[in-house]
Design a protein around this ligand. Structure first.
Ligand code: ACM
Length: 647
């Protein structure tokens, strides 16, 4: 894609001269764009220029030596350049512009670009990055890196004939101030270094917020000095592997060796690492549900007396159509004053560790079936005049809001906190679609959009016959369709959006990368780029360019966007299957005879009638002569099941 195809040569002289002209134009175009310009997220405005700049060992960097933030941005850039090119870019003497990359803070440059915007000029003699603030220079650097050849992503020195940067004039700034990724470090634990690596990857796409889901039924991951059992007990479970949520219950004395937590020193280090890259960390302490690790540590905080264990991935919740209940009480007791005392301690320490202005208190998926049986809850309802379990939860959330505000922070919660009455100042993170967010915005509360159908990057990104199983799919197309401002909502209440990586089925960092990319490219574009600049086909061209960069960087990504979408149906007794692809211009080849198809097999052109004795449909997609995506083996029995379900 984006290539120019040589035209067919004809012998007629006029045509030859025409051809020469078009050839010259063709080479000029190619000379103008030595690298396929492929910036993600799409900048606000990008003008290609004919000149180009060649980065060499002689290139200098010019920046205000006294501004520590600017110097840090410059160092992050020069370190990356050194790693991949071997060049040590020296500082330019003041005023030197030739063969230099200049970083300039100029508060009067362009007010419209705000604190995070930048202007980037690449000319034959040098590169200029201008911004109002160091954050803007940092994002200018991310764009500059994306303009360099893909080998800039190498972790070792690459000998390259020339490091060409195409000429451009770019003006760019974000659509939203909140551009987040959530990383669940509770279900599976990820080390401090892994979290730093995640930050390194997200900032390339101009994300500025890392939401750490620090606590859940499967592990408490932050040291709280005044409540040491939260990590002595709550951070550890039995190591299990397979499909999380279906494990055999651990034996009573099985060693609880899987887990870990961040010490307060670790947290400080992470906060600084993130801040150095203009990323805020939003801590989440998920209460009153999702609290098995808490009650395993301090059972007196439950409404239901008993002995609790940190969940190791065995089933303990019952999920139905729009309903759920807990088989084991994993909640904190809103009727118990000790709960508020404990949360006061937790939020005191959390507030001291994280400079970000918000603390997330969860509030999602709290089973109420044990509360319904609790005498203490009945007494609370009477005393506080609460008419149902939603109001009980709302009472709890309002008290938590007071605690969080007493620490000088603002409270944020999942959209369940709307139920039973929203706390007076709460911000809402809308995950069950955009409805909760729209409702909160209409009540003039701040909202972060995170609708599961678009941005839940724990869900499968393709068909369940090939993807690691999760209950549902969110394809790249769905992520690209993410629009943070719902129809009829005042945009001023929408702070932005984020994608969420829950990690029940994510056991390691390589798989975390696979689940994140490319969908996080799509979300980055939804929260940074102007809505009218979004263009699916051009996005895919850029995604493919970034795949080549990820190959160099050895970061994993999912090829699922190349793989077909199956649609099975029944025409009387005849089983039929239709296939399509998210990416345009691909061919699907298939077999029903159990052998592996390639491009010499039948090409899919219309709905297939499944032969009566076939046991599997095997498919692979190609672009021209090149296979893309993976071989998919679709059992005919599975197609039958899907067709039956639709009837
Ligand atoms: C959530 O996905 N339970 C917020």
């Amino acid at each position: 894609m984006g290539e120019k195809h040589p035209q067919r040569i004809k012998t007629n002289m006029k045509q030859i001269s025409l051809l020469l002209t078009s050839f010259l134009i063709g080479t000029m175009v190619i000379a103008q764009t030595p690298n396929d310009i492929a910036i993600i997220p799409q900048p606000v405005s990008l003008e290609k220029k004919s000149a180009r700049f060649v980065l060499s060992s002689q290139t200098k960097v010019a920046a205000d030596a006294k501004n520590v933030d600017v110097q840090r941005v410059v160092r992050l850039f020069t370190d990356k350049v050194k790693t991949a090119t071997g060049f040590t870019l020296a500082a330019a003497a003041p005023g030197v512009k030739a063969n230099a990359i200049s970083f300039t803070l100029n508060k009067t440059a362009d007010k419209a670009i705000g604190k995070e915007g930048y202007i980037l000029d690449v000319t034959a003699t040098g590169v200029q990055v201008t911004a109002n603030d160091a954050a803007g220079l940092f994002y200018g650097v991310q764009t500059l890196i994306q303009l360099l050849p893909k080998e800039i992503e190498s972790q070792t020195v690459v000998k390259k004939a020339s490091w060409v940067i195409p000429g451009v004039h770019i003006t760019d700034y974000p659509r939203f101030a909140w551009r987040g990724l959530m990383f669940d470090v509770s279900r599976h634990f990820f080390t401090k270094q892994e979290v730093k690596d995640y930050i390194d990857d997200m900032v390339k796409y101009k994300y500025n917020l890392l939401h750490l889901h620090l606590t859940d039924d499967q592990g408490w991951r932050i040291e709280i000095k005044s409540l040491p059992k939260l990590t002595e007990v709550g951070a550890w479970r039995v190591e299990k592997t397979g499909t999380f949520g279906t494990f055999t219950p651990p034996a009573e004395n099985e060693p609880r060796t899987y887990g870990g937590f961040y010490t307060q020193e670790d947290i400080k280090e992470l906060v600084k690492y993130a801040a150095d890259r203009f990323v805020n960390i939003l801590p989440e302490v998920d209460v009153p549900g999702h609290s098995m690790a808490v009650v395993a540590s301090y059972p007196e905080l439950s409404c239901t007396p008993g002995t609790y264990r940190v969940n190791s991935g065995e089933k303990f919740m019952q999920w139905g159509e729009g309903t759920f209940s807990a088989l084991v009480d994993n909640t904190l007791c809103p009727a118990n004053e000790k709960v508020y005392e404990a949360l006061d301690k937790v939020f005191t320490e959390v507030a001291q560790l994280f400079p970000f202005e918000y603390i997330h208190m969860g509030g999602d998926e709290c089973a109420k079936n044990f509360w319904e049986k609790s005498d203490a809850i009945k007494a609370l309802m009477q005393k506080e005049n609460l008419k149902d379990m939603h109001e009980v939860q709302s009472y709890f959330v309002k008290r938590v809001e007071k605690i969080i505000e007493s620490k000088g922070k603002k409270m944020l919660g999942w959209d369940e906190i709307l139920e039973g009455g929203l706390a007076p100042n709460a911000a809402v993170m809308s995950w069950r679609g955009s409805k909760g967010g729209a409702e909160a915005a209409k009540m003039q509360h701040e909202v972060v959009m995170s609708p599961n159908n678009n941005v839940y990057i724990d869900l499968m990104q393709g068909d369940g016959v090939i993807e690691p199983p999760v209950y549902k799919s969110v394809r790249l197309t769905n992520s690209y369709e993410f629009e943070p401002v719902p129809e009829g909502v005042d945009p001023k209440y929408i702070k932005g959006g984020q994608a969420n990586l829950w990690t029940e089925q994510v056991y390691n960092m390589r798989h975390a990368q696979y689940m994140t990319w490319p969908r996080a490219f799509a979300v980055a574009e939804s929260v940074w780029s102007p809505k009218e600049k979004k263009n699916w086909n051009d996005f895919i061209r850029r995604v493919e360019n970034h795949f080549t960069r990820f190959d160099v960087a050895e970061i994993k990504y999912a090829p699922s966007m190349y793989e077909p979408i199956f649609n099975a149906s029944k025409d009387g007794e005849q089983l039929k299957v239709e296939m399509s692809t998210e990416v345009q211009g691909l061919d699907i080849y298939y077999s029903f005879d159990n052998s592996f198809p390639d491009r010499f097999y039948p090409k899919y052109t219309q709905a297939l009638k499944v032969p009566v004795d076939a046991v599997s449909l095997k498919v692979i997609t190609y672009r021209g002569a090149a296979p893309v995506g993976r071989m998919i083996v679709m059992p005919v029995a599975e197609l039958k099941k899907r067709a039956e379900k639709k009837k």
